[in-house]
Design a protein around this ligand. Structure first.
Ligand code: PSU
Ligand code: MN
Length: 303
């Protein structure tokens, strides 16, 4: 047993018994959404996973360990405390050895889920290749992690604060399949459409579970990006978001925001400047992803 892992008993039993488990990240709670909606949403997401037959395991760092499965109190702490680090792979050894509080990104959550034996992970949006990356080289460690760690990721597509085309190219280079549930267009996070076709499409949780199993049985390590469109009545159309995104990107440059602070800055700027409309879409899509993810985990477990 890995000495840095602390798995909640319920989660541990489910993993040991081969029952469906869905990993959840904590950066979205601490750095991706404002309080109190962040905590309310995190609790609702856990409930939805349970209601659809799987055990939720929210992942975060504290007391020098990678915790897999949080109590309500721990979850609430991560939604309110100001001293929580945003932890991607490179930050893990520092935050653990210093015994700090760390909220895990997609990359760090995937790695810890894999250590614990969980194969499916649900989030809102992944990090990717940023606009202007040909100059800044800002490419999220989420992508390199997806290339090597065998945990499937359910997201609402690729967010248009990123360069969607370059992110798709990067995933193709790294051998990461991108499959959209139930439609031909790749969803654009806030909107159920982006300007890109999805490289792949499947329509049922069973088909997706089959594809995951086939990939991993072939010995092709790494993730699959499962794109789940936001429900149409809860989306914010792309052209409406684009203005806000442009302003957010300009503000990030003026305020000299760099490195790991860029993504939280953009998310916060957009949420503030859309009078919460984007936040409502964000909440709707993550709940929608929780349901889809639980169904895929159940189908994966039934095989
Ligand atoms: N995109 C969102 N919401 C989020 C994030 C991305 O719509 O909360 C978070 C995720 O935790 C993701 C991280 O893994 O931001 C990516 O950060 P970076 O771009 O610094 O790698
Ligand atoms: Mn970055």
């Amino acid at each position: 047993m890995n000495p840095y892992l602390a798995i909640q008993p319920e989660v541990n039993e489910a993993i040991a018994a081969g029952k469906p488990v869905v990993a959840l990240e904590s950066t979205i709670i601490s750095h991706g959404m404002p309080w109190p909606q962040n905590v309310e949403t995190a609790l609702e997401v856990e409930e939805l996973v349970r209601a659809h037959g799987a055990i939720p395991a929210t992942i975060a760092l504290f007391d020098g360990k990678c915790h897999v499965g949080l109590t309500r109190q721990q979850l609430a702490y991560f939604g309110q405390a100001e001293n929580v680090w945003k932890v991607s792979l490179r930050d893990m050894p520092f935050v653990l050895s210093q015994r700090l509080y760390g909220a895990t990104t997609v990359a760090a959550t995937m790695r810890i889920a894999a250590m614990a034996g969980i194969r499916l992970f649900v989030t809102g949006g992944i990090g990717g290749v940023h606009r202007g990356a040909e100059q800044s080289m800002d490419i999220s460690a989420d992508l390199t992690e997806m290339a090597q760690t065998s945990v499937a990721v359910v997201s609402a597509g690729i967010k248009s604060i990123l360069d969607i085309g370059l992110t798709l190219e990067y995933l193709e280079t790294k051998g990461v399949p991108v499959v959209t549930i139930g439609q031909d267009a790749l969803p654009g996070f806030y909107s159920n459409q982006s300007q890109f076709l999805s490289p792949l499409r499947l329509d049922t949780p069973e088909q997706i579970a089959n594809m995951l199993k086939t990939k991993w049985e072939l010995g092709l390590d790494g993730s699959v990006l499962i794109a789940n469109p936001v429900p149409v009545h809860q989306q914010v159309p792309n052209d409406e978001m684009e203005d806000h995104i442009q302003q957010a990107l300009a503000a990030a440059i003026t305020q000299r925001v760099t490195g790991k602070d860029i993504t939280p800055f953009l998310l916060n700027y957009i949420a503030t400047h859309t009078q919460g409309e984007s936040l409502q879409a964000n909440i709707a899509l993550i709940k929608n992803n929780a349901i889809a993810g639980a169904k895929i985990a159940v189908a994966l477990g039934a095989r």
